[in-house]
Design a protein around this ligand. Structure first.
Ligand code: CP
Length: 323
C-alpha cells in the first residue's frame, strides 16, 4: 500500500497525518487556510472553540520534546478536547507491555487520536496500520523520516511573510542527513511550487542522491545563501550521528554557522527560521537568532494554529462506512 493511501479514508477524507510526501497541493493549502482561522482564535481573550468537545487525544512521546508536545497539548485544549500525556518511562511498557498492547488499552478507553513521536523511522505509520478504524494517528516526528506538522508550520510562517511560494529561493542549512524536518520541508516546498530549494552542508551531512529530492546542493555557505528569500537553519543531530562526521563544533560554526556576516549574502528582507532547539554559536549566532530577521518564536506560535487545523480536519471528518 502506498503511504498516501493510508492517510485518507475510503471517502477521500484525511484520516491520519503521517507525511507530507505525496499529499495533494490542495490538502496543504486547505491546512494553511484553516490555520489562518485558528490563528485568530489564539489571539482572542477566550482562546477556545468547541470543535473537538468530547474527543480524547493521547500524546505518546518516546523521544524528548519541548515545542511539539506542548503545542499539541495547547492546540487540543483550545479545540476543547481532553488530553492524556503519557509518560513512557512510568508506563507499563517498562514491565514488558508491547507498544500495540498499550495502544489497544487506550482504544478500550474510547480515545480518538494518538500523537506519536518515536526515534524509529516509520513508527507512526506502523501504528496507523494497527489501530482501530475510529482512531487517527498524527506523526509528531519519526526518526529521520518525517516531521510533517513542523513542515506545515514552517510553510505557514513563510506564507505569512512572503505571501506566495512561486518566486522564492529557499536555503536549508545544516544537518540535512539526519533531519526529518528538512525532509518534510523539502516535500512541502516542492508541492507548493517553490522554484529553487537549496541545501547547504558539508558532504558528510548531505544524503546520497539529494538532488533526487528536487534540491540544489551547496557546500559553500555564502554561495548557497546568495539571494535567498528564506533561510532555514537546522541543528546538528548528534543523537543520530554514527561516528565523527565533523571536525569540531567551532570549525562547523566557522564554515556553516549563520552569522550577521553570512546572513548579509541573502536578500535584505530574508527571514530566518529554525525548528528548535537552537544551539547558539554552533549553527546560528545569538545576534541572528534574536535579530530582526528571525521568525523563530513566531514558528512556535504558528505551531498551535497548524496543529489545531490538522487535528480538527482529521477528527472532524464525517465517519465513512468503514468506521
Ligand atoms: N521542533 C521540534 O520538534 O522541537 P521539539 O523537539 O522541542 O518538539
Amino acid at each position: 500500500m502506498r503511504q498516501r493511501d493510508i492517510q485518507f479514508d475510503a471517502s477521500g477524507q484525511l484520516r491520519h497525518f503521517l507525511t507530507i510526501e505525496g499529499l495533494p497541493r490542495q490538502t496543504l493549502i486547505d491546512i494553511l487556510d484553516s490555520a489562518e482561522n485558528f490563528a485568530t482564535v489564539t489571539e482572542q481573550t477566550v482562546k477556545k472553540v468547541p470543535l473537538l468537545r468530547g474527543k480524547t487525544i493521547v500524546n505518546l512521546f518516546f523521544e524528548p520534546s519541548t515545542r511539539t508536545r506542548t503545542t499539541f497539548e495547547v492546540a487540543a485544549k483550545r479545540l476543547s478536547a481532553d488530553v492524556l500525556n503519557i509518560n513512557i518511562n512510568t508506563s507499563s511498557t517498562t514491565k514488558g507491555e508491547s507498544l500495540l498492547d498499550m495502544l489497544h488499552n487506550f482504544e478500550a478507553m474510547h480515545c480518538d487520536m494518538f500523537v506519536v513521536r518515536h526515534d524509529q523511522s516509520g513508527a507512526a505509520h506502523f501504528i496507523a496500520q494497527h489501530v482501530a478504524p475510529h482512531i487517527s494517528v498524527i506523526n509528531a516526528g519519526d526518526g529521520r523520516h518525517a516531521h510533517p506538522t513542523q513542515g506545515m508550520l514552517d510553510m505557514f510562517t513563510i506564507r505569512r511573510h512572503k505571501k506566495s511560494f512561486n518566486r522564492l529561493v529557499v536555503a536549508i542549512v545544516g544537518d540535512i542527513l539526519h533531519s526529518r524536518v528538512a525532509r518534510s520541508e523539502i516535500h512541502a516546498l516542492n508541492i507548493l511550487g517553490v522554484p529553487e530549494i537549496r541545501v547547504i552542508a558539508p558532504q558528510t551531512l548531505i544524503p546520497r542522491n539529494a538532488e533526487n529530492l528536487g534540491v540544489h546542493v551547496y557546500h559553500d555557505l555564502r554561495e548557497g545563501l546568495y539571494g535567498a528569500d528564506v533561510i532555514m537553519t537546522l541543528r546538528l543531530q548528534r543523537e543520530r550521528m554514527q561516528g565523527a562526521l565533523l571536525p569540531s563544533e567551532g570549525e562547523y560554526f566557522r564554515r556553516y554557522g549563520l552569522s550577521e556576516k553570512t546572513l548579509a549574502m541573502a536578500k535584505s528582507d530574508a527571514i530566518v527560521l529554525h525548528p528548535g532547539p537552537i544551539n547558539r554559536g554552533v549553527e546560528i549566532a545569538s545576534s541572528v537568532a534574536d535579530g530582526m530577521q528571525s521568525v523563530i518564536l513566531e514558528q512556535v506560535s504558528h505551531g498551535i494554529a497548524i496543529r489545531m487545523a490538522i487535528m480538527s480536519m482529521v477528527l472532524g471528518r464525517k465517519p465513512d462506512k468503514e468506521d
